[in-house]
Design a protein around this ligand. Sequence first.
Ligand SMILES: Nc1ncnc2c1ncn2[C@@H]1O[C@H](COP(=O)(O)OP(=O)(O)OP(=O)(O)O)[C@@H](O)[C@H]1O
Length: 337
Amino acid sequence: MNAPTNIESLLQLERIRVGYPASGGLHVVVDDLSLALRAGEIGCLLGASGCGKTTVLRAIAGFEPLRAGRIALLGDAVATVATALPPERRRVGMMFQDYALFPHLDVAANIGFGLHRMPRAGRRARVEAMLDLVGLRDCADVYPHELSGGQQQRVALARALAPEPALLLLDEPFSNLDIDTRQRLAGELRALLKATGTTVLLVTHDQAEAFAIADRIGVMECGRIVQWDDAEALYRRPADRFVADFIGRGTLVPGAALGLADDVEVLLRPECLRHDPGGPIRATLVEAGFRGPGYVGSVRLATGELVEIDLPEGAPRQPGEVLPLRLVEQGLVTFPR
Ligand SMILES: Nc1ncnc2c1ncn2[C@@H]1O[C@H](COP(=O)(O)OP(=O)(O)OP(=O)(O)O)[C@@H](O)[C@H]1O
């Protein structure tokens, strides 16, 4: 799939192919991948482990050569098959999964590391501005091992932002943090990046993270982008079965199981089946549990498929009970069989 591109793009990937040398030749890891980001936009590559997300970032940063295609930044080609601007001349900042902080340097020195070409006074001012930005002014002379995971992440972010890169690449920015911290910091990170107007491409395998941070998300499968869209479009209008299955909770069910045409498959999300005493569909409750803010159950349709549903107040919760259900047809996603 080719993402739409335009001349206003700050970052443009055009049908890139990237691979690693292997005994039989080249092991192609990313193929025919295109995307475009406007200035100030936050893009995200979302996909399972090993689908090639980090490899895309490495190619943009200049650490992997292109085998096909073109990468342009601010309208200029920085990489083609024949030419490649070295990483230090691309104005691309990268924050790695493990933050890669220098253990022997304090926070201020870590943040100022990439600013060695700046005059001393300017460098000090920039480091202070970055410390303020990430809320770590009191930690300037603290060493990385004395910081929490969340604080280390903010230092790494400040260090990546300090040289004012045209583009910031974030590789699984929350992978080292516990789930509560991840959720809190996702919103914080988005606000911070938007406040600085930074253009960002991040990669994650976590859909909640992608939804919380990004303006546009590319769902990846085996080195390709299957759909490049905003979160709502991915959820409501998945381009194919892979995206339908990957994004949100849901099960693909033959139309006939719901009294619809036999030549369609229906994406049943929990909100698509409503408990309704007059409803025409019968399903057996397999289990029910409180997930907050309400109960969620899984039911088996008469045709055998197991699907998740939201259980409203008053709906049966005993496994084995037969529930009358009604299909919420508005916005239903279907695919031809
Ligand atoms: N330096 C390398 N040499 C050879 N193969 C590599 C190299 N780096 C990655 N690969 C392979 O390329 C494929 C894609 O790896 P990549 O790290 O880009 O995926 P990813 O989607 O970022 O995965 P993860 O979420 O686990 O980091 C994998 O099969 C991996 O084994």
